[in-house]
Design a protein around this ligand. Structure first.
Ligand SMILES: [Zn+2]
Length: 562
């Protein structure tokens, strides 16, 4: 079985890098889209986000006339190192300076802003041209600045320099001409020789906090007149892991992708291939119920949809962490809502932590190993042992309502089936039925057996048919899940947290589209019913007498009837 494992974050980032023109303006005079990272690049120290300490040290040194000859800016990508370097260059060369508040209006400031200053030279040490530029640096470093007060060399990715280049740089740093300032920027300070580091004033840039990024992103979206949902902002910030530039690149893409429409979580997830919260919850619930088989089937489905295995693990880590906090916090609800929390609230904290560290470890291993899906399946087996339900588990909160007396379980006598081989197309170590069980298959009391199979394949088919008619409707509809298909009526269920999606999909016009696609699929007139509830499903299977019956008959649940 071949999977599209989705784009890695790096691949996405590379794709962004080439999606937009590098320079603003357009030769034939049409207005061209200017990427947000460029448009909103900070131009003063005050505008730099989240690096208050660095700003304070730099500005007070400039105000006191105590500049260094060499600075080393280190920190993760997208945290503002190059922007800060340019502002520092302006502070040193502004015609009204040196000043901690460069005017941004004089010739020097303006030239630095657009990158045309002859005295402020930016070198990318990682590029081929950068190597040549560093070679010529030593010959030219003693030449006085052309127009500015001082000559500033901004060397980006300085850790990529060759040994020769480092030696040349070291000689210059040992006896720097008084009019030269070096600003070295790096994401890997440990790769820079200590002899260089010790001659620089070092500044550490922190990853931006979620709050800072969210606020900035919301502000920029507002200035751009883009309507974006709060939750969508959070997803983007989450994905960007502290790098503002990535945040803005995602917003750039979304503006194009949605052509100015409201941006919601569905759009962000569609763009980034993020794994929906609900799918992650479902995975963990299946593991809690010890249904490795169904968890693996769901995993394979996610892979077929092009989700990234790393993002599946990210989602699981986040959920387990939320549950951990909720348990420590004395039973307050976690982000997963009532049913999810009720299922996990009874897991002892130490087991949750074990599950969490196991998942984090596999996340690391995922980077190094190639059989990613198999790796995840092995993790699932381990997690079942850790968080799977045991006899001792007693619910801490949210007691389950008793199962209705009228319900009974239909058991199918289990007979070994030697003719059924391991899944032929799969690398999976698990025996599985030839057709994966539908993810929405429900063995709980209350749901009827479908009269026509309506599994993930059919659901996907329906969604893609709907998508051809209305992209928005498809985005709303896929937040629900097919509950049953009986008597020509497809019931699609939405959880309360998806009320907005349900309401949006449940208009006469939208229902008509779904029904037309569905009727075409079924070859007869069909209807669709959208339902909404947060009713906690009855845990019939947890009833002691039901368990006893199952173990007595040695069977497995075929279906549950009222
Ligand atoms: Zn100026």
């Amino acid at each position: 079985m071949e999977y599209n494992t989705g784009q890695t974050s790096d691949a996405v980032r590379r794709a962004w890098a080439v999606s937009f023109p590098a320079e603003p303006g357009c030769p034939n005079g049409r207005t061209m889209y200017i990427v947000l990272a460029r448009k909103y690049r900070p131009q003063t120290f005050e505008e730099v986000l989240g690096q208050a300490e660095v700003v304070r040290t730099l500005t007070s040194a400039i105000a006191g006339g105590k500049q260094a000859h060499a600075y080393l800016f280190s920190g993760p990508r997208g945290t503002g190192k190059t922007s800060m370097a340019r502002i520092l260059a302006k502070a040193l060369n502004c015609e009204k300076g040196p000043t901690p508040s460069p005017c941004n209006e004089c010739a020097q400031c303006r030239e630095i802003t657009v990158g045309s200053s002859l005295d402020v030279l930016e070198i990318d040490a990682a590029s081929n041209r950068g190597i040549d530029e560093i070679r010529s640096l030593r010959e030219n470093v003693n030449l006085r600045p052309v127009r500015a007060r001082s000559k500033v060399y901004i060397v980006d990715e300085v850790h990529m320099m060759t040994e020769d280049a480092f030696n040349a740089l070291l000689k210059t740093l040992e006896e720097p001409p008084e009019f030269v300032t070096f600003i070295l920027a790096t994401t890997a300070p440990e790769k820079i020789p200590p002899t260089i580091r010790s001659r620089c004033q070092q500044h550490f840039f922190r990853p931006l906090s979620m709050e800072v990024m969210k606020k900035a992103l919301a502000g920029i979206a507002e200035k751009e007149g883009v309507a974006i949902a709060e939750e969508a902002l959070e997803r983007i910030v989450d994905f960007s892991a502290g790098a503002m530039r990535d945040c803005l690149s995602v917003l750039d893409q979304l503006i194009v992708y949605t052509s100015g429409m409201q941006i919601g979580v569905a759009e962000v997830e569609a763009l980034l291939g993020l794994v929906e919260d609900r799918a992650v919850e479902q995975l963990l619930l299946l593991l809690r119920e010890r249904s490795v088989d169904r968890a693996v089937a769901l995993l394979h489905q996610l892979m077929r949809e092009g989700k990234d295995p790393g993002l599946v693990l990210d989602g699981m880590v986040k959920k387990l962490r939320d549950v951990g906090y909720a348990v420590v916090g004395g039973g307050q609800e976690c982000s997963g809502g009532r049913e999810f929390f009720a299922q996990f609230a009874s897991v002892p904290l130490e087991r949750l932590l074990d599950a969490l560290s196991e998942t984090v470890e596999y996340k690391e291993r995922l980077r190094r190993e190639s059989l990613q899906v198999v790796l995840l399946e092995i993790l699932f087996l381990k997690l079942v042992k850790i968080i799977g339900k045991t006899e001792q588990d007693t619910p801490r909160t949210a007691p389950e309502p008793p199962a209705p007396a009228a319900a009974h379980v239909v058991l199918e006598k289990k007979t070994p089936d030697p003719a059924s081989p391991a899944h032929p197309e799969s690398l999976s170590p698990f025996r599985r039925k030839a057709k994966a069980p539908p993810a929405a298959e429900d063995t709980r009391a209350g749901s009827q057996a479908p009269d026509i199979p309506f599994g993930p394949e059919e659901w996907k088919h329906l969604l893609s048919g709907v998508k051809k008619r209305s992209k928005n409707l498809e985005a709303f509809l896929k937040e629900g899940r097919p509950e049953r298909f009986a008597d020509g009526v497809l019931t699609v269920h939405f959880s309360v947290s998806r009320k907005f999606h349900k309401t949006s999909a449940d208009t006469p016009e939208h229902r008509k589209i779904v029904e037309e696609v569905l009727s075409q699929m079924a070859g007869r007139p069909c209807r669709v019913a959208l339902t909404l509830s947060d009713e906690t499903p009855k845990k019939l299977l947890d009833q002691p007498d039901v368990r006893e019956a199952i173990s007595f008959f040695g069977g497995e649940i075929d279906r549950v009837e009222e």
